[in-house]
Ligand binder design. Structure first.
Ligand code: ADP
Length: 511
């Protein structure tokens, strides 16, 4: 069992070395962005933000609650119906969004560093995955406002004899959007929600996760610098059960869009039913990585390790179930375990670290519970299997074998660097095994046979199927889940359309 020994001091970020802009940012007390102004919470309360690598408090943010949610929603409503935003031409909306993308790009290194300190992730990954992808998504979505077309409809008008009609469909913003997001990709998830919502002409109240509010706040500052009218983009930081619940049940919010656990997703859906809000929820996963017997095994080993260990396994579509053709099982398991054992564990600001801390002590304890449950149930861990006794929230990257489908480590989403590996005998059974989950977010197939790709991909109940790769995301590719992985899709035109209402316009043209 690997216990990756390092001295605790090398596992904590050295905050004396961070960029001056971020030092100044952390030194500030952060407010809520409501109607174009940063304000304290009405209650005056704040909450602590911690560095996951050290458990040290790094800054404080305003703790918004239902009163603040009300103020933010009212501002978003005014901006939607009365302000400059409501009169803004699509091409001007597009220009603002491009300006914001340019500003994010200009501040990319700073944002990546902030993400690494706040979430625990690698600064290199933050820069070249989170921030880069966020910039690409803002630019992609900036192209949409000028392309939201309606249709001319071929109406027959048969129900009313002697009358003639012309009919059209138009697209209108759905209204005020509440965006409630998780902590695993803070800026990126804020972008996935806010960029298509703004492209569609909606106004937004963003509630970042309480674990990781910092890049959302920086985004709010950049939105202001870009020149968006006041009230278009509001931020309420605070706890899920107060600020989040107030937004998801708010009678003047038209749509709630959420990324997080299936458990909280269910609460959001229930809360949203009060005024029948439109809902998009992107939830949990237990995505299979399927290695067929004709796969390039070395590529599959590297791919499977990346699929589970990227971002400390805190990825909704992480490849957390490894299903391998029996004759390659031992080789693949040993390859992925060796990769796990060889990973350099370290804090986000160490550019050479390959596995950072988890986001919070709660998450570390949750993952540790699964490690104990797995071992107690009889699973074997050729790599990892332990949390580390450090102030930071580290667990060792883990591979479990000798598992069965009754075990909690096989059935439940762990959201940590924990892989369960199972062999399969027969290609005919593989879809059944892969689909044996309440989730259906992603799946990858590793093979050199294109025929098998087509036959298997169509049987997999998953919103994304990757072949010889895993977690490849692009602004144009819809992303979301089957089954209990969610409703609706992020990214692509599908995301933009989920922030639009369709209106049929019927005109009596009888002469
Ligand atoms: P995780 O379980 O991975 O920590 P959650 O699903 O709990 O993630 O949280 C995702 C987001 O949902 C966060 O912004 C959190 O504050 C928010 N949230 C948590 N509970 C609720 C709730 N009851 N109503 C609305 N939002 C909530």
């Amino acid at each position: 069992m690997n216990t990756a020994v390092s001295t605790p001091s090398s596992l904590a970020n050295d905050l004396s070395q961070i960029q001056p802009a971020n030092k100044a940012f952390l030194a500030r007390r952060h407010g809520l962005l409501i109607d174009g102004t940063w304000v304290p919470a009405a209650s005056g309360k704040t909450f602590e933000v911690r560095d996951p690598s050290s458990d040290e408090v790094i800054t404080h943010c305003a703790e918004g609650d239902a009163v603040d949610a009300d103020r933010a929603v009212a501002a978003a409503r005014r901006a939607l119906e009365e302000g400059d935003w409501s009169r803004m031409k699509p091409v001007d909306r597009e220009r603002l969004m491009h300006r914001l993308a340019d500003l994010i790009e200009q501040h990319a290194d700073e944002l990546a560093e902030l993400e690494a300190i706040d979430n625990g992730k690698s600064v290199v990954m933050a820069r070249y995955v989170d921030i880069k992808h966020a910039i690409d998504v803002w630019r992609y979505m900036a192209g949409w406002p000028t392309k939201l077309e309606g249709k001319t409809l071929p109406i027959s008008g048969n129900l009313v004899p002697g009358q003639e009609y012309a009919a059209f469909s138009t697209r209108e913003p759905v209204g005020v959007v509440a965006a409630i997001i998780a902590w695993n990709f803070p800026l990126l998830l804020a972008t996935w929600k806010c960029a298509p919502a703004l492209a569609a002409g909606c106004t937004v109240v963003l509630k970042p996760a309480e674990e990781t509010p910092l890049t959302a706040i920086r985004l709010g500052e950049l939105v202001q610098e870009a020149g968006f009218p006041k009230g278009v983009f509001n931020i309420v930081t605070g706890a899920g059960p107060s600020a989040g619940a107030a937004l998801s049940s708010h009678p003047d919010v038209d749509k709630v869009t959420f990324t997080g656990s299936t458990e909280v997703g269910r609460l959001i859906v229930q809360a949203a039913s009060g005024n029948m809000k439109k809902v998009t929820v992107e939830l949990g996963g237990k995505s299979p990585v399927i290695v067929l017997d004709d796969a390039d095994i070395d590529a599959a080993i590297a791919g499977a390790a990346g699929a589970i260990f990227f971002n400390q396994g805190q990825v909704c579509c992480a490849g957390s179930r490894l299903l391998v053709a029996k004759r390659h099982f031992e080789r693949v398991v040993e390859g992925v375990s060796a990769a796990a054992r060889g990973m350099k564990i370290g804090p986000g600001l160490d550019p050479t670290a390959q596995m950072g801390p988890l986001v919070s002590s709660v998450q570390r304890d949750r993952v540790s519970r699964y490690l104990s449950e797995g071992l107690a149930a009889g699973a074997r861990a050729p790599a990892g299997g332990t949390a580390m006794k450090t102030p930071g929230y580290y667990v060792t990257p883990t591979v479990f074998t000798d598992v069965n489908s009754q075990m909690s480590i096989v059935r439940e989403e762990i959201f940590g660097p924990v892989l369960v590996a199972q062999p399969f005998d027969d290609l005919a059974d593989i879809a059944k095994l892969a689909n044996d989950s309440i989730y259906g977010l992603g799946a990858s197939i590793w093979t050199s046979d294109v025929g098998k790709v087509f036959r298997l991909a169509s049987k997999l109940k998953a919103g994304s199927v990757w072949v010889n790769c895993h977690t490849v995301l692009d602004p144009c590719m819809p992303f979301g889940g089957y089954k209990q992985s969610g409703w609706g899709r992020e990214l692509g035109g599908e995301a933009v359309h989920s922030y639009l209402e369709s209106k049929s316009l019927c005109i009596n043209i009888t002469g």
